[in-house]
Design a protein around this ligand. Structure first.
Ligand code: NAD
Length: 252
């Protein structure tokens, strides 16, 4: 059984790896045996690289603004130079802008779409070429409950996460034949910087909390089982799936 989930000898590139869900997933993949390339933007302070090294794993730390295509290509090259291959890609970096739709700016629209949707596609493309040559690879995109519903005052975020789900399926359709598994995780409401604003709003906090069957918000390491599964041999026949990890929210 354990070999189904053993990532020893594999290398994983995790974006947004310095904070929140990305830092937890990077650590979870390392616990399962993977060496890690961590892409951080400006928040590199979680100490996750040191915690991964303490497990005896290799870590390459890369800094990039993923809204730039040049930076995306550079990150893929540097991760390959640092680790040898990229066997697992976790497209986790993402941003959210909260403004009522009537006032939403073009700037906020473009910023969110660039990081949350465009970077997911082009980093996948940059990494997939090597995976296709080796006839093996795992790409895991971080979607959202707003891949399914529209949310409130976050129009570009909902559009971008809808795109993440659709790109996941589109890439799975093209690349499954080469031995690649492209899937997504749709987290529920998790306690990270991403949700700080709504957690500080007592009305939103109450209405969201009441709807979660599990009776609690997710912790950042609640995705670790799902990400290890989708990165490991255990998921070799899982393609184009959007796996909700949401304490039952979508079942309500
Ligand atoms: P977070 O804000 O801690 O993480 C976002 C990460 O993305 C940060 O590490 C940040 O540095 C990185 N990032 C942002 N812009 C970047 C850029 N231009 N270039 C490179 N990196 C950039 O919040 P989180 O909750 O850990 O978010 C991780 C992912 O999970 C995001 O895609 C988010 O949309 C998604 N998500 C979060 C929740 C939640 O409840 N927290 C729910 C569903 C989906």
């Amino acid at each position: 059984m354990t070999t189904l989930f053993d990532l020893s000898g594999t290398n994983a590139l995790v974006t947004g790896g310095g904070t929140g869900l990305g830092a937890s997933m990077a650590f979870g993949l390392a616990e399962a045996g993977a060496d890690i390339a961590l892409v951080v933007n400006r928040h590199a302070g979680s100490g996750v690289a040191d915690r991964i090294r303490a497990l005896g794993r290799r870590v390459v730390e890369l800094q990039a603004d993923l809204s730039s295509i040049t930076a995306i290509k550079r990150v893929a090259d540097e991760a390959r130079e640092g680790l040898g291959t990229i066997d697992i890609l976790v497209n986790n970096a993402g941003i959210i802008r909260r403004t009522p739709a009537v006032d939403f700016t073009e700037h906020d629209w473009d910023d969110v779409m660039a990081v949350n949707a465009k970077a997911v596609f082009f980093l996948s493309q940059a990494v997939a070429r090597g995976m296709i040559e080796r006839k093996r690879g795992k790409i895991i995109n971080i979607a959202s409950l707003l891949s399914f519903s529209g949310g409130i005052t976050v129009p570009s975020y909902a559009a971008s996460k809808g795109a993440v789900a659709q790109v996941t399926k589109a890439l799975a359709n093209e690349w499954a034949q080469y031995g690649l598994n492209v899937n997504a995780i749709a987290p529920g409401y998790m306690v990270t910087d991403n949700t700080e604003q709504i957690r500080n709003n007592p009305d939103r906090m109450k209405s969201i909390s009441e709807r979660i069957p599990a009776g609690r918000w997710g912790a950042s390491d609640d995705l670790n089982g799902a990400v290890v599964f989708l990165a490991a041999r255990a998921s070799d026949y899982v393609n184009g799936h959007i796996l909700t990890v949401d304490g039952g929210w979508m079942a309500r």
